[in-house]
Design a protein around this ligand. Structure first.
Ligand code: PRP
Ligand code: MN
Ligand code: MG
Length: 179
């Protein structure tokens, strides 16, 4: 685990501070709404979502979608598969999609188009990490934690080949760990 880490980009405390800020902003932006529905994108967003909803001070409902574009590879294939759909009908709801990281943007492009067709009241996107250099499509993010360089990162929910999700910080992986 730790021996595979090249450099820590964001410590546990830095992440917690940022998550709190985003939670406060969401609370402010939606204070006039009765409730919001937060849709976590499994599996990567699980850790971020768990921390984020505890920093939001209005009624929050939670649902998950599982999609996968990377599989065991470090490169996005561009093919998005739905593995698990929402449990609930989202018509008329204020929805925020929660992602751990936006890379090519293909996952979110697919998801936003898919959710928009379900007649929801509003849709915003919240991502902890943004790698803008890698973008392959145009999507606008409403809440962003950190911009990051084009390096292979893991931790705080983010995996390489399903490993490292439990690291409490966000780190750059050593090259030899994914070769
Ligand atoms: C990762 C990450 C995002 C997506 C971003 O998920 O968690 O969901 O890729 O990449 P993109 O912007 O190029 O589409 P992954 O498909 O690896 O599944 P996981 O969340 O289960 O790890
Ligand atoms: Mn993901
Ligand atoms: Mg992954």
């Amino acid at each position: 685990m730790k021996k595979d880490v090249e450099e820590i980009l964001f410590t546990k405390d830095e992440i917690a501070k940022k998550v709190k800020e985003i939670g406060m902003q969401i609370t402010k932006d939606y204070k006039d709404k009765n409730e919001i529905l937060v849709v976590g994108v499994l599996k990567g967003a699980n850790v971020f979502l768990g921390d984020l909803i505890r920093e939001v001070n209005i009624p929050v409902y939670v649902d998950f979608m599982a999609v996968s574009s990377y599989g065991q590879s470090t490169e996005s294939s561009g093919v998005v598969r739905i593995i698990k759909d929402l449990d609930t009908d989202i018509e008329g709801k204020h929805v925020i999609i929660v992602e751990d990281i936006v890379d090519t943007g293909l996952t979110l492009k697919y998801l936003t188009e898919n959710l928009m067709s379900r007649k929801l009241e509003s849709l915003k996107i919240c991502a902890l990490l943004d790698k803008p250099e890698r973008r392959k499509c145009n999507i606008s993010l409403d809440y962003i934690g950190f911009n990051i360089p084009d390096k292979f990162i893991v931790g705080y929910g983010i995996d390489y080949a399903e490993r490292y999700r439990n690291l409490p910080y966000i780190a750059v992986l050593k090259e030899e760990a994914y070769q």
